[in-house]
Ligand binder design. Sequence first.
Ligand SMILES: NC(=O)c1ccc[n+]([C@@H]2O[C@H](COP(=O)([O-])OP(=O)(O)OC[C@H]3O[C@@H](n4cnc5c(N)ncnc54)[C@H](OP(=O)(O)O)[C@@H]3O)[C@@H](O)[C@H]2O)c1
Length: 290
Amino acid sequence: MELTLNNGIRMPALGFGVFQTPPDETIHAVQTALDLGYRHIDTAAAYGNEREVGEALRRSGIDREDVFLETKVWISDYGYDQTLHAFDKSVGKLGIDTLDLFILHQALPSRFDLTIGAYKALETLLEDGRVRAIGVSNFMPHHLAALFERTGVVPSVNQIEVHPYFAQRDVQDADAAAGILTQAWSPIGGITAYREGGANALHDPTISAVGASYGKSAAQVMLRWHLQQSRSAIPKSVRPERIRENFDVFDFALTDAELAAIDALDTGIRRGPEPDQITLEAFGREIPDA
Ligand SMILES: NC(=O)c1ccc[n+]([C@@H]2O[C@H](COP(=O)([O-])OP(=O)(O)OC[C@H]3O[C@@H](n4cnc5c(N)ncnc54)[C@H](OP(=O)(O)O)[C@@H]3O)[C@@H](O)[C@H]2O)c1
């Protein structure tokens, strides 16, 4: 299943995430995903495993152009020149020439000038054909509005926290109004499991009951919910059986009533960092050159 971005580029809707996947487990995880049919990998400079993602791609033997590679520039590398350099760092580690999707990992509200400079670098890379699409992550509607005022290319993607317990409808609506594809991070509520406190979406009784009627797991139901609502989703796992399970979602469909029942689970409670509180002081860290 593919989605078409606002510049005509096609992207597999279901990708594979590698946040918190240790470098020494990344090659195996990504190779497993590619063997099982995933053709879209989401990494980030800040994850420290771009090199291993690239190595897995090479070892898979799959043609470069058949895999959609997405990575993110970290806030410490914002600013026009710094972000151009960050691109060189990322493609150098990945061992590729052209990136499919390059996105800003966060807005940096306290230094929005640097955020704009970084995005302008993405626009240059797009114009030069070094990236096929550009985008953002964790942008709220007011960040998008501020970006639109000072830049020319509408982002193709906004990657944000979306799972049944935190759907961010306001951001999804702002994305849709601008022609931006919403991509869900923590799509199966991983953050509700690995962050202490609050309920775990993977154990939600409504979601589990829907899954039981199809012989599917809660994770599979959540992934269908995203796909049927035209979002991209990038579940992460290091376990082969779960990597397989998370890709085995194309042989059933949720009804409108089931989609609505999952929509109704939204608590409005964010589990990830508050986007307006991202600062260089609190979150900045050096991304090595190689
Ligand atoms: N832009 C951003 O700021 C941002 C933030 C967070 C994440 N992301 C991206 O989004 C991707 C996914 O988000 P995420 O890793 O936070 O959460 P997720 O994919 O929703 O969930 C991953 C967690 O759930 C477990 N898991 C995976 N499949 C499972 C299954 N079928 N049944 C039960 N548990 C399962 C994983 O553990 P095991 O590995 O042990 O299976 C891991 O702890 C990341 O890898 C990253 O690429 C982006």
